[in-house]
Design a protein around this ligand. Structure first.
Ligand code: PLP
Length: 393
C-alpha cells in the first residue's frame, strides 16, 4: 500500500472526528419498518427512513422477488443496450408510463444515476441550466457533468428565476431544474408558476421528484399534483424511496426517452437492474395504482404527527409534506437531541451544517403509512421527554 495515500486518508478522518463531523453507520438488524432493531437496540421507532408507504418489506413485493428469481435468475448479465434488457424491464417502463400519464419512461439503476444520465445528455455548451440553490446533490453532480452554463436561482424564488431567464436570452436551449419536494425542509416547488415562466421565456422544465414519487398527487408525483405533468419535459422519479426497492426513472416524451437510450452514459455503461428488483417495483406500482389507502394513511399520519409536535411546542418549519423537520438551530443541541431520542427509543437524525445552513440544525422526522397511532403517540412522548432533558421546551 502507498504510504502517502494511506497517511492522507488517516489525516482526513481525524480531521472529521476533531470537528464532530464523522458519522458512524447505524446498522439495522431487522427489515425496514415502523419499529426496527438498530445497533443492537430493539423496538426502536423508526422516523428516519424514506420507506413512506411501508412497501420495502411488503409481502407482495417479497413474493414478487421470489417468483422473479425463479423465472429470470439473480442478475441481468449485461448493460441494457447489449443484452441486459429483459422483457420484465420493458414491462416496468410501460407500466410506469401509464401510472405517470406520460408517453414513455426509462429506468436507471438509481435516482442518482438518472440525474447523472439525463442532464449532460440533453444540454451542451450553447445552453444554460437554471437550477434551484437547494437542489439535491445528484442534480448538482449532473449539472457539473454538463458543458452548459449554470445559473443558480434563489430557493423557490420566481423573481430570481425570472432574472436568470432574462439574462440568458441568447442561449440556444434553456433548462430549469428543480426538486419537486425539497428533502431537508419538506417544502414543495411552485411548479405551476415555474411552468408559466418557462412558457413565457421558452425554457424546458425538469422536476426531480424523488420525494414526491409515491407521496404527492395520489402517488403520481408533484407534477400530477399541480396538474402540469403534460407540460413538464422531464420528470425524474425514484424507485428507492416510497416505491420501496431501488432505481430511478425518467418520464417524458418518446423522443426524450429514445435519445437517452442512445446517449445516457449510466444507461449505456452500467449493468441493468436485477429482474427481482424490477418485479418488486412492478408489484409496488400495482399496489399504489389500485389502492389509495397507502397514500391516505401516509397523509393522515403526517397531519397527526405535525399537529402533535406543534401541541408540544416544537417548530416544524415550512414543510407541506411528510418530511417534518423539528427546528433546533444550534448544531450541538441537535446532536444532543438525537442522542436523547435514541435513549427514549426513537430513531430520528440530526441534520446539521453543511447539509443545511449554519444555525439551522434540525431533527428530520419522516412519519410513514406503516406507523400506528400508538407508534406516533409513543414517539411524541419521547420528543416531549427528550425536548425537556435538552432544555428545548
Ligand atoms: C434521494 C434522492 C435522489 C437519489 O435517488 P436514489 O434512487 O436514492 O439514488 C435524487 N434526487 C433527490 C431529490 C433525492 O432526494
Amino acid at each position: 500500500m502507498n504510504d502517502t495515500l494511506q497517511g492522507w486518508l488517516s489525516d482526513q478522518i481525524s480531521s472529521l472526528k476533531d470537528q464532530n463531523l464523522y458519522k458512524p453507520l447505524a446498522v439495522m438488524e431487522s427489515p425496514s419498518g415502523a419499529r426496527i432493531t438498530v445497533n443492537g437496540k430493539e423496538n426502536v421507532i423508526n422516523l428516519a427512513s424514506n420507506n413512506y408507504l411501508g412497501l420495502a418489506n411488503h409481502p407482495r413485493l417479497k413474493q414478487a422477488v421470489v417468483e422473479a428469481v425463479e423465472k429470470w435468475g439473480a442478475g441481468a448479465g449485461a448493460v441494457r443496450p447489449i443484452i441486459g434488457t429483459m422483457r420484465i424491464h420493458m414491462d416496468l417502463e410501460e407500466r410506469l408510463a401509464q401510472f405517470k400519464h406520460v408517453e414513455a419512461t426509462l429506468v436507471f439503476q438509481s435516482g442518482f444515476t438518472a440525474n447523472a444520465g439525463v442532464i449532460p445528455t440533453i444540454t451542451d455548451a450553447e445552453d444554460v441550466i437554471l437550477t434551484d440553490e437547494l437542489n439535491h446533490a445528484s442534480i448538482i453532480d449532473g449539472v457539473r457533468l454538463s458543458k452548459a452554463q449554470r445559473k443558480i436561482y434563489k430557493h423557490c424564488d420566481m423573481t430570481s428565476l425570472e432574472e436568470g431567464l432574462k439574462a440568458s436570452e441568447g442561449a440556444r436551449k434553456r433548462l430549469i431544474i428543480t426538486d419537486g419536494v425539497f428533502s431537508m425542509d419538506g417544502d414543495v416547488a411552485p411548479l405551476d408558476k415555474i411552468v408559466d415562466l418557462a412558457k413565457r421565456y421558452n425554457a424546458a422544465v425538469m422536476v426531480d421528484d424523488a420525494h414526491g414519487s409515491g407521496v404527492m398527487g395520489e402517488g403520481r408525483g408533484t407534477a400530477y399534483h399541480f396538474g402540469v405533468h403534460q407540460e413538464i419535459d422531464i420528470q425524474l422519479g425514484t424507485l428507492s424511496k416510497a416505491v420501496g426497492v431501488m432505481g430511478g426513472y425518467i418520464a417524458g416524451s418518446r423522443a426524450l426517452i429514445d435519445w437517452l437510450t442512445q446517449r445516457a452514459r449510466p444507461f449505456l455503461f452500467s449493468t441493468a437492474q436485477p429482474p427481482s428488483a424490477v418485479a418488486a417495483i412492478i408489484a409496488a406500482i400495482e399496489l399504489m395504482d389500485n389502492d389509495l389507502s397507502f397514500t391516505e394513511r401516509l397523509w393522515a399520519n403526517t397531519r397527526y404527527w405535525k399537529e402533535g409536535l406543534a401541541k408540544i411546542g416544537f417548530d416544524t418549519g415550512v414543510s407541506q409534506t411528510p418530511i417534518t423537520p423539528v427546528m433546533i438551530g444550534d448544531e450541538g443541541k441537535a446532536l444532543e437531541m438525537q442522542r436523547a431520542l435514541m435513549n427514549e427509543g426513537v430513531l430520528a437524525l440530526a441534520i446539521v451544517y453543511p447539509t443545511v445552513g449554519l444555525g439551522k440544525a434540525r431533527i428530520r422526522t419522516m412519519p410513514s403509512a406503516m406507523h400506528t397511532r400508538s407508534d406516533l403517540d409513543d414517539a411524541l412522548a419521547a420528543f416531549r421527554n427528550a425536548g425537556k432533558s435538552c432544555e428545548l421546551l
